[in-house]
Design a protein around this ligand. Structure first.
Ligand code: NAD
Ligand code: UDP
Length: 318
């Protein structure tokens, strides 16, 4: 992607799962990258291989704070990818205040900083399929407003992402800035924190240790699983194409909509361990019953389609 050559890109959440893959791809396309992370759920190990890369600078800071406090005075940015936020339900529920702040106040502070200092800088916000809540429409199109509990255990995350989208909309409409939103559906791949409690790390870790696979509820709920390289390609297309300001786009893999029981069976198969037992546990409150992206818009605007199937992707993680 020629667009990124010699561009200066700020990636928040750079030491996280998705953020670190974005940084690698951007550097590969010739960009200069500044990564910011406070390591609340990320890890220095995810960016350790970039220690001697002269095109990468890492700043340890909290992006809920004002950027004047952590960015060098002379900084000139072409693009900001705002990916900082805990993302796993156990992790965001352990850090509810930090989660709602980074998605609301953090988004506000970044956009206000750009408005005041470099209003032509493009901004892309990592939103989520969680903004659709427990969706009544299936699959979910971008014009669906969702079915969200505003004061449930997931709301520190999903309502904060909705607020983040609101803040993006205000800066795009009212202040004429180039602001874009991607709504990311369940994504997995190497560098996921294997202890963060999400379904794929949990099942893979349990299977490797010959432990029973934990299924919450009866396992009939669905998720659509996207491999990280497909996601990163979609994000970078969304960030680089002209004339997409104000657009919101779903990124996820609709072909790989699996029930949680099918997910467990698939992981057993890939690991060659059909004998593993299932352990049923209580379904967490407000757990969405099904989730699948309609990606027509991404196909039309970006020419994007996911390419990596679930079995292949899980094999790569293992
Ligand atoms: P992750 O937890 O691996 O990465 C998030 C990173 O943000 C971590 O390195 C964390 O330390 C950092 N961070 C959090 N709060 C911060 C703050 N205040 N200041 C600086 N850094 C902070 O999660 P991920 O899966 O890589 O998710 C990345 C982004 O993508 C998040 O915004 C998440 O909401 C979004 N997303 C991810 C998925 C997915 O399936 N992976 C799905 C939907 C949305
Ligand atoms: N889940 C499960 N067993 C686990 C972890 C998660 O059955 O060990 C379920 C969880 O209840 C949800 C789905 O798997 O229905 C996906 O959970 P995850 O935390 O990965 O992401 P979510 O899509 O809920 O944010």
């Amino acid at each position: 992607m020629e667009f990124f050559k010699d561009k200066h890109v700020l990636v928040t959440g750079a030491a996280g799962f998705v953020g670190s893959h974005l940084v690698d791809a951007l550097l590969g396309f010739g960009a200069k990258v500044t990564g910011v992370d406070n390591l609340i759920t990320g890890s220095r190990a995810n960016i350790g291989h970039l220690r001697d890369n002269e095109n990468f600078t890492f700043i340890e800071a909290d992006v809920s704070e004002k950027p004047d406090g952590y960015l060098p005075k002379e900084v000139k940015l072409d693009l900001v990818l705002h990916f900082a936020s805990p993302a796993s339900p156990p992790r965001y529920q352990e850090n509810p205040v930090e989660t709602y702040l980074v998605n609301s106040q953090g988004t506000h502070n970044l956009l206000q900083f750009l408005k005041d200092n470099m209003p032509d800088t493009r901004f892309l916000f990592a939103s989520t399929s969680e903004i659709y809540g427990d969706p009544i429409e299936h699959p979910q199109k971008e014009d669906y407003w969702g079915n969200v509990n505003p004061n449930g255990i997931r709301s520190c995350y999903d309502e904060a992402k909705r607020m983040g989208e609101t803040i993006c909309g205000v800066h795009e409409r009212d202040f004429g800035m180039d602001v874009r939103i991607v709504r990311i559906f369940n994504t997995y791949g190497p560098r996921m924190d294997m202890s963060d409690g999400r379904i794929i790390p949990n099942l893979i870790s349990q299977a490797r240790e010959n432990q029973p696979l934990t299924i919450y509820g009866d396992g009939s709920q669905t998720r659509s699983f996207c491999y990280v390289s497909d996601l990163v390609r979609g994000i970078l297309l969304m960030a680089s194409k002209p004339n997409l300001s104000g657009e919101t786009i779903n990124l996820g893999n609709p072909i790989e909509e699996l029930t949680i029981l099918q997910t467990a069976e698939s992981i057993k198969k890939v690991l060659g361990k059909p004998e593993l037992q299932l352990e049923f546990k209580e379904l967490p409150c407000d757990d969405p019953t099904r989730r699948k992206p309609d990606i027509t818009k991404a196909q039309l605007l970006l020419g994007w389609e996911p390419e990596v199937g679930f079995v292949e992707g899980v094999g790569r993680v293992i």
